[in-house]
Ligand binder design. Structure first.
Ligand SMILES: Cc1cc2nc3c(=O)[nH]c(=O)nc-3n(C[C@H](O)[C@H](O)[C@H](O)COP(=O)(O)O)c2cc1C
Length: 168
């Protein structure tokens, strides 16, 4: 069964209020990574990440259409969701910039399955390597759905939490 979208009023919900509502939803912080055509690491900070299915194991992430990392995800055929450990605010902020040298002095390794991006093992509480399975256009974002092919978590490492624009 699929829900039919109801008729909606063309009056658009106020953008500022929408942001405030969504900012109140506490989330983790992910650095999504992939490899560019030149083989170099690419990535960005995202909070719009969650599990989509258990069987098969699917995860989804929402990426702005203007993201410079999208071509790298397409080139790689997938991505790695690096779930940041608490205390990695500087890394989260750096990955949220448009700098071309974001990965300078950042330790990363290649995933065993070639569909993913760099794994930032030392900075994560967990990671999931995902093969791109589907893309859905959603307004100014793309929803990327990935099949998890590899992943792990670090026992005793607390994940970062982000809520109302504050890292805790
Ligand atoms: C805490 C936090 C969460 C973010 N979540 C998202 C997100 O879910 N999706 C997205 O497209 N951008 C998100 N951003 C913004 C991107 O990280 C930012 O636009 C980045 O510069 C994009 O880099 P790129 O163009 O090199 O890919 C977030 C930023 C921060 C600081």
């Amino acid at each position: 069964m699929f829900l039919t979208p109801p008729h909606y009023d063309p009056l658009v919900f106020d953008a500022w209020r929408f942001r405030e509502v969504m900012a109140s939803f506490a989330s983790g912080v992910v650095v999504l990574t992939a490899f560019g055509e030149d083989g170099g690491p690419r990535g960005l900070t995202v909070s719009a990440f969650c599990a989509a299915s258990l069987e098969p194991p699917l995860a989804l992430v929402c990426i702005d259409k203007t993201s410079n990392t999208l071509p790298a995800v397409e080139h790689t055929g997938g991505f790695t969701a690096n779930i940041l450990a608490s205390g990695r605010e500087q890394l989260a902020r750096r990955m949220a910039t448009k700098l071309s040298d974001k990965f300078e002095r950042i330790a990363w390794e290649r995933p065993a399955t070639r569909v993913g991006g760099p794994i930032l093992r030392d900075d994560t509480a967990a990671y999931a390597v995902c093969a791109l399975r589907d893309t859905i256009e959603a307004g100014d974002h793309w929803v990327l759905i990935g099949l998890v092919t590899e992943g792990d978590h670090r026992e005793g490492v607390a994940p970062m939490v982000f809520s109302r624009r504050i890292y805790t």
